[in-house]
Design a protein around this ligand. Structure first.
Ligand code: SIN
Length: 300
């Protein structure tokens, strides 16, 4: 398709759509389905040193229009088992592992395991709202410690996934860049809740969860725009992207690529192909030859 190839921190993507972490990312089979749906890269579910069951049910509810509230709690089979799954992927598209931990050392150990599994990059989940003790992205110095330790131990491109729940996400992004991050993913879900009127109690088992989907887009876009003004490393947009027009807004704000998660539910697994096609149409109609031509244009 027309001018869709992008490079992000040395990783070549045939188109700028990526599967976001947390959606279908626990097995080679489900990641392959996103690849068949046209994703230019896939990000696996965040994994930890030890298997983790996650939070009590209910953990996912729909929030109209086109949104989800989840309190999954980073449920995963552990990095070793997930690494075996990622090994099975045949290099059809770049594979990014997502890791988290309760200390910088644990992040780094998990990143090393993923490097050994042959992934193309590592995303550091510094921003999950559902597990206490893992949100290193709330503060510059904590985020910096994690990024430095991981960079010391792995050779792969390292992306820091941040949250707008941090007091100043732009400063956190700058701190990550200073610590050696190769890219920023902005943003994770936002802390939110829903209350059941009959039970008069929070709906989620964990009471509070993370909001994703359409309503997140303006916040994510603002974060990408502001971060892109301040850092030189690539920014990957994430939050409420479900159409090519959404993606184009993120490119204009300065994103090099976009991640899609919740929209898989509403537009199906082919959402990646559809969004890529819609981006190509936008470029062609306006006479641009590549995504790079419009990246950051809203800043000029
Ligand atoms: C979760 O597993 O709780 C969601 C992951 C995240 O938001 O980072």
């Amino acid at each position: 398709m027309h001018g869709l190839e992008v490079e992000v921190a040395g990783i070549m993507l045939k188109n700028p759509t990526m599967l976001a972490s947390g959606i279908m990312g626990l097995s080679a089979a489900s990641l392959r389905r996103a690849v068949r749906g046209g994703a230019g890269a896939v990000v696996a579910k965040s994994c930890s040193s030890q298997p983790r069951e996650g939070n009590p049910n209910p953990t996912v509810i729909e929030v109209p229009p086109r949104g989800l509230l989840n309190s999954v709690g980073l449920a995963n089979p552990g990095c070793r088992e997930l690494a075996e799954e990622l090994r099975k992927l045949g290099g059809e598209v770049p594979v990014i592992a997502s890791v988290y931990g309760f200390s910088p050392e644990e992040y780094a150990e998990n990143a090393v395991l993923m490097q050994q599994a042959g992934v193309d990059g590592v995303e550091l989940n510094l921003s999950c709202p559902n597990v206490e003790g893992t949100v290193f992205g709330y503060r510059e110095e904590l985020a910096q410690e994690v990024v430095s330790e991981v960079k010391r131990r792995v050779k792969l491109p390292v992306f820091a996934k941040l949250t707008a729940d941090a007091g100043d996400v732009v400063s956190v992004a700058k701190a990550c860049e200073e610590a050696g991050a190769d890219g920023i993913t902005a943003i994770n879900t936002l802390r939110a809740m829903s209350i059941d009127l009959t039970a008069r109690q929070p709906v989620l088992g964990n009471r509070v969860g993370g909001l994703s989907g359409a309503c997140l887009k303006p916040v994510a876009l603002r974060c990408v725009y502001e971060i892109a003004e301040e850092v030189r490393i690539p920014v990957i947009g994430c939050g409420g992207i479900s159409t090519g027009r959404d993606a184009v807004e993120f490119f204009l704000a300065g994103a090099r690529a976009v991640q899609i998660g919740t929209a898989v539910l509403y537009r199906g697994l082919n959402v990646f192909r559809k969004v890529a096609q819609e981006i190509a149409e936008y470029l062609e109609e306006r006479g641009y030859s590549s995504v790079g031509d419009i990246t950051g244009m809203a800043h000029r």
